[in-house]
Every structure is written in C-alpha cells, then in structure tokens.
Design a protein around this ligand. Structure first.
Ligand code: CAA
Length: 258
C-alpha cells in the first residue's frame, strides 16, 4: 500500500513508521490518521516491535491539524476526536511493543500519539506539551486521561491548564519520557531497546503488555488475578518449554512465538 503522509518501513521484525508531513510539522489531519490506522492494521505476525517517529528535522508531531479543525462544527469535531481515539486505541491494543521516538515537537495530538505508545524516548531537542487550551479547546485524542495515568493528576493538570511545553530533560524528570538521547542516536537507541525485547519470548512479551495495560485500569486484586491467568496461560506453549529448557541447557532460547 502506498501512503501520502506516512512511511512504513520493515527492518526485519521491527517496523518503523514515520509520520511524514514535515511542511505542517507532521500535524495529524484526517487523512494522516486514516493512513496511520491502515498501517497499524497492516502489520503482520512477522512484525514484533513498532517504532513511531516524525519526518523532517523539527517535529515528532505538532498536534492535530489546526487548519482542518478550525471551522469544524461540534458534530464533525466529535467524529474527528472519535477517529483519533479509535486509531490510538488500536495502536495501544497492538500485541507487540510500540516505541515513540520523539525527535522534536510532540504537542497536542502528537504528545497524545506518544502517550498511546508503550515506551517513549526523546531526543534532547524534543519539546512536549498539550497546548489545546491556548486554542480554546482541550486535548481530544486521549491526552487528559493517558497523561494523568502516566505522570499523575497534579502534573497533568499543570501541563494541560498552562498549555506550556516542557523540554526533554523536564519531560524525563516528570516521567513523561523514559530517557533522553542525542538526536543523532535516537532511532539507534529505540532499535536497541526493540532488539532487547525481540530476544524474549514473543507470547510472553505480548501477555506482559496485556496484563499491564488491562491491570492498570483495575483494582489490585482484579489486576493480580489477570496476572495469575496470564502467567498460567503461557504454560504449555512452545516458547515456555523452549525458554526453560534453554536455561537448563545453558544456551540461548530459540523462540518461535508459538
Ligand atoms: N496543525 C496544522 N499546521 C501546523 C501545526 C498544526 N498543529 N503545527 C504547525 N503547523 C504548520 C504551521 O502552520 C506552519 O505552516 P506554514 O508554513 O504553512 O505557515 C508550519 O507547520 C511550520 O510551523 P511554524 O511556522 O509555526 O513553526 P515554528 O518553528 O515557528 O513553531 C510550533 C513550531 C511551536 C510547533 C508551532 O508550529 C505550533 O505552536 N504549532 C501548533 C502546536 C499546537 O497547538 N498543537 C496542538 C494542536 S490541537 C490538538 O492537537 C487537538 C487534539 O488533541 C486532538
């Protein structure tokens, strides 16, 4: 499939998805969101990790497209938000780890895109924020909820109410990004992290993601029950047998994802 506003490249088991509208700082218009959705849906079982980044020198994604939103009536705004929510939920539900490589501005919908990924790494020139209130609206692609769950209510309110941007170091200090690396090394760093994950049992990684994601929204008792079930469900799989046998035979495991 050919895309206009994104690029999807496969590097072995890693897929690299670039939001690529640098003239608009990779802003998410409907077309870009639809292409993102199609790209996520196109990932096959041979893809075991996804890295998302922004094209050009300046931005990861500078937000939802303001020129498209400016004249929307409320009914169309509801549909636009529904599209963003659907695409980001799809991304979040992928059974493989997703990594945001935040290489510049990640504002509004761009910050929300990163928040829908499992791991967020930033280059030292990244700036993150949710400036929607400065436009007279609020975040509409899950930012108020995912940011709050990640950094806590108080910091989330500070960021959302002020509409301010934080630099990469501050984003790390508040737990919004995991690590900050030089711009030239960002993708290498993300590939390295993905590579470490790929050495592990694919079924186990996927199950770990599932129980962390679903468990995070439940009370501890219910969440621990999810973990118990997820743990047991892996027993009897080829990966569980191979992983434990390889340990006992003092050799690296050869996982098949079965
Ligand atoms: N939507 C549409 N176009 C955008 C855009 C966006 N979110 N962000 C940047 N652009 C466009 C600019 O309009 C400009 O286009 P022209 O060259 O045609 O004028 C081009 O990208 C370059 O941008 P700037 O000239 O503004 O670049 P800068 O370096 O001076 O500033 C910036 C960079 C600080 C990121 C600034 O562009 C900016 O503030 N962008 C908007 C950020 C924002 O408010 N994002 C939230 C959007 S609302 C949202 O996302 C709602 C939601 O949750 C669903």
């Amino acid at each position: 499939m050919t895309y206009e506003n994104i690029r999807l490249e496969h590097e072995g088991a890693i897929a690299l998805l670039t939001i690529d509208r640098p003239k608009a700082l990779n802003a998410l218009n409907s077309k870009t969101l639809q292409e993102l959705e199609a790209a996520v849906q196109s990932l096959g079982a041979d893809t075991r990790a996804l890295i998302i980044t922004g094209g050009g020198e300046k931005a990861f994604v500078a937000g939802a497209d303001i020129s498209e939103m400016a004249s929307l009536p409320a009914s169309a705004a509801r549909e636009f938000a529904a599209l963003g929510h659907r695409v980001f939920a799809l991304l979040e539900a992928l059974p493989i780890p997703t990594i945001a490589a935040v290489n510049g501005f990640a504002l509004g919908g761009g910050c929300e895109l990163a928040l829908a990924c499992d791991l967020i790494y930033a280059s030292e020139k990244a700036q993150l924020g949710l400036p929607e209130v400065s436009l007279g609206v609020i975040p509409g692609f899950g930012g108020t909820q995912r940011l709050t769950r990640l950094v806590g209510r108080s910091r989330a309110k500070e960021l959302v109410f002020t509409g301010g941007r934080v630099d990469a170091a501050t984003a790390k200090a508040i737990g919004l990004v995991l690590d900050v690396v030089p711009a030239a090394d960002l993708l290498t760093h993300c590939r390295l992290v993905a590579g470490k994950i790929l050495k592990n049992g694919p079924l186990a990684v996927s199950q770990a993601k599932r129980v962390i994601e679903f468990g995070a929204d439940q009370d501890l008792r219910a969440a621990n029950e999810l973990e118990r079930q997820g743990f047991a469900a892996l027993f009897g799989s080829d990966d569980q047998r191979e992983g434990m046998k390889a340990f006992l035979e003092k050799r690296p495991a050869a996982f098949t994802g079965k």
